[in-house]
Design a protein around this ligand. Sequence first.
Ligand SMILES: Cc1cc2nc3c(=O)[nH]c(=O)nc-3n(C[C@H](O)[C@H](O)[C@H](O)COP(=O)(O)OP(=O)(O)OC[C@H]3O[C@@H](n4cnc5c(N)ncnc54)[C@H](O)[C@@H]3O)c2cc1C
Ligand code: SF4
Length: 436
Amino acid sequence: MKGVAEDRSEAEFGDLKPAYSRTQALVEANRCLYCFDPPCVRACPTSIDIPQFIRRIAEDNVEGAARSIFEKNILGMSCARVCPVEVLCVGKCVFNEAEVVPIEIGRLQRFATDRAYEEEWRFFEAGEDTGLKVALIGGGPASLAAAHELRRLGHAVDLFEKSNRLGGLNRSGIAPYKMKSGRAEEEVEWVLSVGGIGLRLETSIPEDISWTEIEKRYDAVFLGMGLGPDTILPIEGRNLKGVYGAVALIERIKLGSADLDGVRTAIVLGGGNTAIDMARELRGLGVEEVIMAYRGRREVMSGYAHEWSRAVKEGVIAQWSCQPLEILGSDGRVEAVRFQRLDAQKSPIPGEEFTLSANLVAFALGQQKLGNLVAGLDGIEVVGGRIVVGQSGATGRPGFFAGGDCANGGKEVVNAVAEGKAAALAIHEYLESRSD
Ligand SMILES: Cc1cc2nc3c(=O)[nH]c(=O)nc-3n(C[C@H](O)[C@H](O)[C@H](O)COP(=O)(O)OP(=O)(O)OC[C@H]3O[C@@H](n4cnc5c(N)ncnc54)[C@H](O)[C@@H]3O)c2cc1C
Ligand code: SF4
């Protein structure tokens, strides 16, 4: 696993949905009805032709199946592992209506795409040189998908990434029982193998190169810089040792050591998927008591129900309808959190406060938006921190397109891939229209 420390904390995790053997894949593929106008395809943001690739697996044509997947989604290997299939393709499979176990589309996709990696099948090459250049800001799934498509169309591309590695949150954020960071790095190599993707690592835009300079050097720009650091509530005690932002702590678990020595009780603040991931990862690393504290009731949490029920099975405890007032500590280290109880409308219930002990507190209240990076670029509208885009990712500034978390506010990898690819096609159209 290139570039990833072998002794990192994430190595302790197993595989949530282990790989199929050939026989298992054949049996599962043969259950599919190959529906006409299939709801599973409509539920896939990248429109993978699911019955087609499953039929190919059933016919033992794994190479054809992999081609069919990658044609639509060049990050199909990671999406097979990280997609919330329960609310996308699998959740929409017709078998659900008949109360029959739905087809395990993600695991079949993993079977075909893993095989493509093992066999080093290569399906795509760069198109004939157009002499036009596109800058892509950010090296996460959105920009990777856009860069691959633009190369196939023959445009020169340069990827600007502020960190020293590509992959974005797909490398540093995904729960380790779904996918490990080394796998995300292999995927980056897979995307780069189309050839000719210029890399500018450790380069932050516009800090290191101004927008004026970027506009001078490139014919079009794709903005795929994702979201910013964790949102931390401005409450007393937030700077104590043992208090973290969840995305930052997950990155430590994935790429280094979480150093949880002496941590017996952890409180995760939030009720979204990052909060659930954080809680499960802490439990998985041996923290005895993990409490997820959320402002609302269970019914209104934004985290997926299937993820929460897994967390409960793994021993995560919930505190619903409460908000932190203060983090208490001694000798500079966190010791407890004082909470306010809230009613069903999330308003404080007077006099109802309580304190829970903890050696670790993680804020999982969302990430800051990075819309301010494009401040000063006339025509680009930013609402609520998100870059406003129209059809296919076009912003209000000619030649500037955006996609992924920075434009959609934070969704899934598959959305970032779909938006990156759609923007690449729109950039191609824009460049062609200019050269007419
Ligand atoms: C904890 C966590 C768990 C998740 N789990 C899942 C999951 O299980 N399944 C799923 O589908 N999705 C999951 N997601 C969401 C998914 O990771 C994102 O939707 C996806 O990575 C978005 O891709 P992106 O390319 O838009 O942004 P990112 O992946 O964030 O990539 C943006 C890149 O831009 C770089 N960048 C930022 N600013 C600049 C700048 N100024 N100049 C140059 N480079 C810059 C960043 O360093 C980063 O590499 C998770 C997210 C989090 C936080
Ligand atoms: S809906 Fe289910 S059965 Fe129909 S094609 Fe999709 S996976 Fe196969």
